[in-house]
Design a protein around this ligand. Sequence first.
Ligand code: SF4
Ligand SMILES: [Zn+2]
Length: 465
Amino acid sequence: MFEDIPVDVSPMYEGERIRSANMFVELAGPKSWGAELVQVEETVEDGKVEVIGPELQDMGEGDIHPLGIKIEIQGEALEKELEGVIERRTHELCNYIKGFMHLNQRDQIWCRVSKEALEAGFKLEDLAKALLILFKEEYPIIESIAITIMTDEDEVQRFVEKARLQYEQRDARARELSDEDVDVFYGCVMCQSFAPTHVCVVTPDRTALCGAINWFDCRAAAKMDPDGPIFEIEKGEVLDEVKGEYSTVNEVVSQRSQGTFDTVYLHSVFGHPHTSCGCFEAVAFYIPELDGIGIVDRDFRGETPLGIPFSAMAGQCSGGKQVEGFTGLSLEYMRSPKFLQADGGYERIIWLPKEIKESLSEYIPGDLKDKIPTEEESANIKDMRAFLEEKGHPILDRLEGTPGEVEEAPVQEEESVEYAEMDMEAMPVAPVAYAPEFTMPASGGVKIIFKNAKIYAEKVIIKKN
Ligand code: SF4
Ligand SMILES: [Zn+2]
């Protein structure tokens, strides 16, 4: 199937990490720009592949180039609402290609090509060719598909702007609904390939933490493939409306996290916050000294007032963990009226990167806008306290009143930044163990539980005794 492609293409390469010593070029990412976009069209020239801009063979070792991945699809049963979910698979499918690494989503993508892939003759054209086949295999409802890869600076710039408009349209639609308006939420376990206990709960108010999948996207995906990674969750009994705790959500999360977690609060960082995989757009973190919450996003390069950058913070709570005082979230969730409502919403926010504060300006209550410091006003707790006191931030009432629910910050800098994407060199590679052959006992039975494991098998034979 992939005979024309000079490198192997298989799910077994999904965990492959390309570190700088082995890297030929970097595409998009924090030092450049890029985006991926899937669009459902009425007519698409099936099998068309185009590369606009320099090919890998025209690039120099260690170069960094922008990257655009445009995927046009057509099919009788394809709905516009499926674009977001199909687009989210780009990450996984690109990673099937040996020597090509893809991280993140939307306009946050970050890719690398290995030296070995280049030596084998791999081109960006092959990336497009492999994706053509993989997308059609994954989604039989795609009848025609065309893929354009862009590396030309101006072309990618224009493409990123266009893609952002599309993302905004998708997100804006979900803003019209709220959790009370629906009977079902959705779950997504696509990220369990690297965060085995992570279960995203997607509600109208809580867009998935990767920021790429909202309630409407999930509805379309679950309808198309009810046994797929995105599934319906009946709301069930409301156990705590403010925290966002629902009986069925708890049951499903327990089942899908292999019993690791049995309680999830959708709208709080305390107690049982939503689990975090690693592709979250931002992290909410508790600041115990001031009993407030800070938010740091993936694009923020400096240190947070806790003295650690986003990457270390992400390392704290990624990999499918539920860590009290931390939760990964999407920037879209910060536009919801339910945004961390159990913790006080924006009244509890005492630090934000300037860029985020500006981009969410219309969603921050007017009287709080000048009271929330950014990296410009407070680089540490001392400055932050002075700023909050000077501006009369409502957190001061809380500080005078009851103490916080978490007494100590559970922050320790971790060495391994599992999938945090800021420190690609630090990302772990899963060890591989081989089980050539084993025999089951004749009676009594055995139960084998693999956690954090991926299993590759050339052949599996199951015989009935
Ligand atoms: S972050 Fe959540 S919604 Fe997004 S792909 Fe992963 S599991 Fe699915
Ligand atoms: Zn994820």
